[in-house]
Design a protein around this ligand. Sequence first.
Ligand code: MG
Ligand code: MG
Length: 629
Amino acid sequence: MKTSIATVTISGTLTEKLQAIAAAGFDGVEIFENDFLAFDGSPREVGRMVRDAGLQITLFQPFRDFEGMPEPQRSRTFDRAERKFDIMQELGTDLMLVCSNVSPLSLGGIDRAAEDFRDLGDRAAKRGLRVGYEALAWGRHISDHRDAWEIVRRADHPSIGLILDSFHTLARKIDVASIRAIPKDKIFIVQLADAPLIGMDLLHWSRHYRNMPGQGDLPVVDFMRAVAATGYDGPLSLEIFNDQFRGGSPKAIAIDGKRSLVALMDRVRREEPGTRIAVPEIPDRIRSDGVEFIEFAANEHEAAELGTLFRSFGFARAAKHRSKDVTLWRQGEINLLINTEREGFAHSAYLMHGAGVCAVGLRVEDAGATVARARALGAEPFEQAVGPGELKIPAIRGVGGGVMHFIDTKSDLGRLWEIDFEPVKDDTGTADAGLTAIDHVAQTMNYEEMLTWILFYTSIFATHKTPMVDIVDPAGLVRSQVIENADGSLRLTLNGAENHRTLAGRFIAESFGSAVQHLAFSSSDIFKTVAAMKRNGFTPLTISQNYYDDIEARFGLGPDLLDALRAHNILYDRDAEGEYFQLYSPNYGEGFFFEVVQRRKYNGYGAPNAPFRIAAQKRGIRPKDRVEI
Ligand code: MG
Ligand code: MG
C-alpha cells in the first residue's frame, strides 16, 4: 500500500511538513504549487528535499482551467502547461493534476475536451510525463467523475488518465458503483478525503471542512471498495483542506492521516476481498464491553479526600496493590484506583496535571490483539515495571498522553484483582448506594484536537460516533460528540472547548490538558441511590429552581415526580425511546466532577440539561477562581 498526502493538508513550512509526513510513515507527497512558490529555493531543491526526507512526489497540482478554452486562451493554456511541465521535470515527478475547468470562458462538449487532452497527452508523452484529470464537484461543465472518465476514455491517450477524489464524488452523492467498471490502468491516482455532513455550498465545504477518512460522515469506505474492485493498486493520497489542520500540529495531523488510511484500508480489505492493494493484516476493530477500572493519581492528602468522596458515593475500600501504593475502591462492577506512588507513570502524570484520572482500563476480548491493532494504527505502546509475579497489563498511550490498559478474560488478566491485589477489610460501615457500572467517561480537550480523538477511538475500537451537539456554556460553546459501541456498554463523551472561559476550557487550562473531566455511574434507581448517598454524607450540586418549572411545562411531569426531582436536584430528559435521570456532584479540584445516571431505554446524554448543570457548577466555583463571563 503506497500512501501519500498533499502538502496543503498540514501546517508549517515546507520543511516542517516534509519532516512530519516522513515521520508518520508516508511514501509520498503531492506538491501543491503554492507550497513551493512560498519556498525560497528552486524546484530542483524542493525535489531534493523531498527525496532526502525519504519521500516521492506523487503528483504536482493544481493545473486549472485547461480544457474547452476558446482561442486565444487555448494556446496560452498550452504554453502555461509546458511551463508547468518544466517545473515537474525539475521537481522530479511525472504526474500533473488537471482539475475540471471553472472558467466562465470555457466551452462545454465532451469531444472538445477529449481533443484538448489528446493534444496535451502528446506534449506530456514527449517528456515522459502523465496528466490526470479530476472532476471538481463545482466544475463549470464537468463536475462528475463519470463525465471526466468519458473525456479520458475518448482522449484515448496513454499519457492521459483519470484522478478520482472521494470528496468530489461523495459530496455530489454520485453512485460509487460507476467506478467499478473503470480500467485500473486509467486511474492515475486516488485522492481521499471525508467531510462532516453540513449543508453549505460545495466549494466552501471542500476548501474548509474536509477531514481524514473516518473523521467525517461520507461513505469513504464504499468509495474505496469500488476503487479496489477495479484492481487499482497505485497510491492512496490524502488531499484535505481543513482550517483546523492548517492551524494544528504538523506531526499530529500527519499521524492522523496515516492512521486514517490504515484503518480505511483495513475495512476495505475485509469488505472487498481480493483487493490488489497490499494492506497489512491487522486484528479487526476491537470490541470492548466497558470500563474495567479508572485510575486516579494523587498525593496522600488528596487520596484521603478522594476516599472520603468515594465513600459518600457508596464505594468501599476493597483491596490494595501487592507492591505499589495503589488502593482499589469498589461498588457493583465499578473499580476505582487511587495511585499515590512517588515514581512511575502515575506520579509523573500527577506532577504534570495534578490530582485526576491518569489511566483507564478497558475490558476487551483480547488485550494483546488490542495493542497490536493500536500500534499498527500508530499508537504508542506503554510499559512499566511490575513486581515479581505481577501481571504485565497490555497498554498504550492515549491521545492526550494518558494511559489505556486492556483487560481480557482469556488470559490471566481476568484475575488481575486477585493476582496484583490483596483484599482489605473495610469496616467503616459505608452503605452501598446501588451504583452498578460506569455509564460513561467524559473527556475534555481543545476543540481543535477533537477529530484526532475521534479517529483514535473509532479506528481502534468497534465503536461509532454520534452527531456533534453544541453545549452552551455561558462563556462560549463546547462541542460534544459521543463515541459508543452498539450495545452501549462502552460510552465515551468528548467535549471540545473553544475557549478557556468555559467550564471545560478552564479545566483544560488548570489541569494542563488532563483529559477525563467527569465520570458517570449508573444506577437502576436513582432516588434510592441519592438517598443512600446523602446518608453517606454526599451533597449534590444545587440546580436552579427555575429549571424545574421549565421541565414541568416542557414534559408535563406529574407533581410527585417533579417534587422528587426538585428535592434531590435530579435533572430529567426524555427522548423518543425513554427517560433519563441525572444527578451531579459539585466540582472537585480543578473542575472534575461525578455524575449518577439512570437510563430508562434512553440513549442520549442529557445534552439539553448541560447549560443548567454548567451554570450551577459555575456558581459553585470559589470566588477567587470565578471565571469572568
Ligand atoms: Mg482532489
Ligand atoms: Mg455526562
